[in-house]
Design a binder for this molecule. Structure first.
Ligand code: BMX
Length: 301
């Protein structure tokens, strides 16, 4: 039996995984200060009841991972982690073999082996959640780069010119630069970005914005559809660049049927070569846990 942890900006999850299935799971909010030691304490506390039941541990963590160290690109998500040696810290605390990979790569691996990507040789998983993350399967194998930049989709760049979306709709408090500079995709299209735009309209957050958009509110739909469109453009590029034939959408925003419908609609406007199949992720929040466990089984002898 392999244990798994999934450490995200807002939630930390734990599980026991066997043959690609979650046998037991627990979750808790990631401690507010999110410092590494506090987060590890909370994560291991979740696994406490199952001490002795597992012989290795796979860890999915948001951020770039290089040789077991975590380097969040968006430091607001996990402040104070830059280069924290997650593998060494957990090996010291548990005495067990530890394998660490990025959370979206872990989810992509889980979906590729047991979910929406099963049997697909060129597969892309995208999570639209706190950030925008992704994982690639190429030639049937999970893509892991030495630099750890192995599908950091949220940090691909776009020229964010919102003039055509927000100005005519006169968002009361959102001041946009005249000629928006190049910006990371996730600053325009993540759950956190949608929270920001929702608040510019006096709405609660991303969930309310999506509800309004799906309920026909034109202002909400303009923001929601543009965010989905920005992700769709990246899907189109990856289809012709890497021969991606299927894309699974996951994460709190990505799993919404209304979001998937908007991605499909934007893609339908493009020629065939830019149009991989777009499907919902199948393993939901378990994907990262299952993928982390699989990765530990592959790498921890
Ligand atoms: C960010 C980046 C990715 C991560 C993605 C989704 C950080 C801390 N994380 O783009 O590594 O995969 O968010 O992360 O820079 P999630 O926490 O939203 O699942």
């Amino acid at each position: 039996v392999t244990a798994a942890l999934d450490i995200g900006g807002s939630e930390t999850r734990a599980a026991l995984v066997e043959d690609g299935r979650v046998r037991w799971r627990a979750a808790a909010a990631t401690p507010a200060e999110r410092r590494p030691e506090a987060v590890l304490d909370a994560a291991l506390e979740l696994l406490e009841p199952k001490q002795g039941r597992f012989t290795r541990l796979g860890v999915a963590v948001t951020g770039r991972v290089v040789a077991g160290r975590a380097y969040p690109l968006n430091e607001r998500t996990l402040p104070g982690w830059r280069g924290f040696d997650l593998k060494e810290a957990l090996e010291a605390r548990t005495g067990l073999p530890i394998a660490v990979l990025n959370d979206a790569r872990a989810a992509a691996y889980g979906e590729a082996c047991y979910g929406a990507g099963r049997g697909i040789s060129e597969f892309l998983f995208i999570t639209v959640s706190t950030g925008v993350g992704a994982g690639l399967v190429l030639g049937g194998r999970l893509h892991l780069a030495a630099s750890g930049l192995d599908a950091e989709l949220g940090f691909t760049l776009l020229r964010a010119s919102f003039d055509e979306v927000l100005t005519p709709l006169s968002a009361p408090s959102y001041r946009l630069p005249e000629r928006a500079p190049l910006r990371p995709l996730e600053l325009e299209a993540s759950g956190t970005a949608l929270d920001t735009y929702a608040q510019a309209y006096g709405w609660g957050g991303a969930r309310e914005l999506a509800d309004r958009a799906e309920g026909g509110d034109a202002r909400a739909d303009a923001v929601y559809t543009r965010a989905a469109g920005a992700v769709t453009e990246k899907i189109a590029d990856l289809a012709v660049l890497l021969g991606i034939t299927r894309v699974a959408l996951g994460g709190g925003v990505g799993l919404r049927p209304g979001y998937l419908a908007r991605v499909r609609a934007a893609l339908a406007a493009l020629p065939e070569v830019y149009r991989p199949e777009i499907v919902p992720a199948r393993l939901g929040a378990d994907a990262g846990l299952i993928g982390a466990a699989l990765y530990a089984e592959d790498t921890c002898s």
